[in-house]
Design a protein. Structure first.
Length: 108
């Protein structure tokens, strides 16, 4: 029996956010990122530096800091595509944070 997939709408956006996380040696690291896609349980960002998979990061959003877990970090020609997962209890999107410009994109 096939389990039906849950559809989650992803939105395209372009917004600068600041990320911070702890490095392997416990030092604090940060980078400005471009928020490329957003959905109710996560986001895809472009960074200049690699952020290790399974790292916990803080996204400095206008409505307050959001904690997220890096689920993927893929190198590309001009940096890294970082996908993060946000716990529903964080009240991420659209309840407490909504980028200035959104374009409906796709369901995944």
């Amino acid at each position: 029996m096939r389990v039906p997939e849950v559809s989650v709408e992803h939105f395209l956006c372009l917004e600068m956010v600041c990320l911070s996380w702890s490095g392997d040696s416990g030092n604090s690291l940060c980078d400005c990122a471009i928020l490329l896609q957003i959905w109710n349980s996560g986001a895809k960002l472009h960074t200049d530096v690699a952020v290790p998979t399974d790292s916990m990061i803080t996204i400095a959003a206008p409505a307050g800091a959001i904690e997220a877990k890096v689920s993927a970090c893929v190198p590309e020609d001009y940096g890294f595509l970082v996908e993060v997962t946000v716990e529903p209890s964080q009240g991420w999107f659209p309840s407490s944070y909504q980028p200035s410009h959104l374009i409906g994109h796709s369901s995944s």
